[in-house]
Design a protein around this ligand. Structure first.
Ligand SMILES: [Zn+2]
Length: 185
């Protein structure tokens, strides 16, 4: 069995290790994210904020500097959610995510990924993405689920997370249901 096949799945772009320390993020050839990488990133961003004195700069911040402040806030938010996921994990193997915290964490990573895009585009600081997709990534069933698995994942999510606020549900599960539409018609 491939190591990722023990991961808990949420949507095609998000699954995580049973103990929650590794997240596969991205629908195709996902990036392998480690919680320690994000903890380090938080420290690096704090250092940059201190070096450029960004807390004081306020409205005088450039676009790139503003993006650093936003990235820092988002990484803090992600680390808080991620620590909660790890604390809640009981290490059950090979299932689907059942906690709302995973949905919030996926949503937070989507925002983070969009901020990274903006940071790379702004070219003000040398920045390399941490949510960038891997070349020639893994083709296991978790990283590249077949249509049957996609339907199972969608049905599980639709039932298990029906109670979530509609906008959050749509943001996290929306693309997924669109991707499935052709196979259901
Ligand atoms: Zn894999």
């Amino acid at each position: 069995m491939h190591e990722h096949e023990t991961f808990w799945k949420l949507v095609p772009r998000y699954s995580r290790s049973p103990h929650g320390v590794v997240i596969l993020y991205g629908a195709k050839n996902p990036a392998v994210l480690h919680c320690t990488t994000f903890e380090d990133m938080e420290k690096q961003l704090v250092r940059m904020i201190e070096i450029y004195n960004l807390k004081r700069a306020g409205l005088k911040c450039s676009r790139g500097q503003m993006l650093i402040l936003l990235l820092h806030a988002q990484v803090q938010h992600i680390n808080f959610l991620w620590r909660t996921v790890i604390a809640q994990s009981r290490g059950v193997v090979g299932g689907y995510c059942t906690s709302a915290i995973d949905v919030h964490l996926c949503d937070a990573l989507d925002t983070f990924s969009a901020l990274e895009d903006a940071m790379v585009d702004s070219k003000e600081f040398a920045y390399s993405r941490s949510t960038g997709f891997q070349d020639g990534g893994c083709t296991c069933r978790t990283c590249a689920p077949d249509s049957e698995e996609l339907v199972r994942m969608w049905l599980f999510g639709a039932v298990n997370y029906a109670y979530l606020p509609r906008p959050l549900f749509k943001r996290v599960f929306g693309d997924f249901s669109e991707a499935l539409a052709p196979t259901r018609s």
